[in-house]
Design a binder for this molecule. Structure first.
Ligand SMILES: Nc1ncnc2c1ncn2[C@@H]1O[C@H](COP(=O)(O)OP(=O)(O)OP(=O)(O)O)[C@@H](O)[C@H]1O
Ligand SMILES: [Mg+2]
Length: 297
């Protein structure tokens, strides 16, 4: 199955990768691409530094679902608020809710329990694709989660399973188990890994591929290798420093692409480094490169 058919089928996609490699740019470009194909797309951003709206030229979400273009919505989510909502929803008695929310134990638990925030974010995404969204967007066809760079992508993808193992009973345990089942469903959930063709980010991708295959028995649907230097001229002894730098960076990019290809035989989209600042213009050009890559693959 081609990569586009695969992406068209999925209801939830998570975009992960090391800090600054281009996750948000790729999320915005991919979202616009799928929206153009007629799918209703919701992009969820978790990073406290909200920036998807700048990339799509819309006002900030401030927690609301904002329509950025036809078929394309964005929402900024604070995982702490989600967890508080969860307490409110699961414990319906007002006084009890207030007590739990105010208690240092709740704070300590929600800040300290590994995987709980990630689980809550996935839980929200799942509710949306199951048709329980607010009236602005009752049921997106696909939710794309722009995961924050902190920690490896595996910390996101394996979180619900971890939580369901630790908290095996009660409403939170039940929710985590449902989400873990959803994330294990190849027909519905997939991941996209973004990297640059540099040593450290590629190393992290290789580790992620390994962790995904051993812990989840899965691999990403797509690896996006972003910000690749243009093809360099032949090296000459007379080259100036800038040319030598260019040739060298391009060599590193090619070596790292080869290192990745040796470990990953799935779809790879290569995106060049563009002389364009962050914003809608860059998102548009990255989207064109993605489209080309999808047509080739
Ligand atoms: N192909 C590209 N060519 C040129 N610049 C790019 C390209 N892709 C991304 N950038 C730039 O790199 C920077 C980081 O991109 P982006 O914010 O999308 O990364 P990120 O992975 O979401 O970062 P963070 O981890 O901080 O959330 C931005 O300034 C963006 O404009
Ligand atoms: Mg980002």
């Amino acid at each position: 199955m081609g990569i586009l058919n695969r992406l068209d089928q999925l209801q939830l996609l998570v975009v992960t990768g090391k800090g600054g490699v281009g996750k948000s740019t790729v999320t915005a470009a991919l979202g616009a691409h799928l929206a153009n194909r007629g799918r209703k797309v919701l992009l969820i951003e978790v990073d406290p530094r909200e920036n998807l709206h700048q990339l799509l030229d819309t006002p900030p979400s401030g927690g609301e679902i904002v329509e950025a273009a036809a078929n394309l919505w964005i929402q900024h989510i604070d995982p702490r608020e989600l967890l508080d909502d969860l307490v409110r929803e699961k414990l319906k008695v007002g006084a009890l809710v207030r007590k739990v929310l105010a208690s240092p134990v709740h704070l300590h638990f929600t800040e300290g329990a590994p995987g709980l925030k990630q689980t809550a974010v996935f839980g929200r995404a799942l509710r949306m694709v199951e048709g329980h969204g607010p009236k602005e967007l009752r049921r997106p066809d696909v939710v794309i989660l722009d995961a924050p760079a902190s920690g490896h992508g595996i910390a996101w993808m394996a979180a619900p399973q971890l939580v369901s193992e630790v908290i095996s009973s009660g409403p939170i345990g039940k929710m985590a188990a449902e989400i873990a089942t959803f994330l294990a469903d190849r027909e519905r959930f997939g991941s996209i890994v973004v990297t640059t063709a540099e040593e450290m980010p590629v190393q992290e991708v290789l580790e992620l591929l390994d962790a995904m295959s051993t812990r989840l028995d899965r691999r990403p649907e797509l690896v996006v290798v972003n910000s690749i230097y243009p093809k360099a001229p032949e090296a000459h002894a007379t080259d100036d420093d800038a040319t030598r730098l260019w040739i060298r960076r391009r060599q590193v990019n090619e070596a790292e692409l080869a290192r990745l290809a040796a470990e990953f035989d799935g779809p790879v989209a290569e995106i060049p480094l563009e002389p364009i600042d962050a914003g809608p213009a860059l998102v548009g050009v990255v989207g064109e490169h993605l489209t080309d890559a999808f047509e080739d693959g």
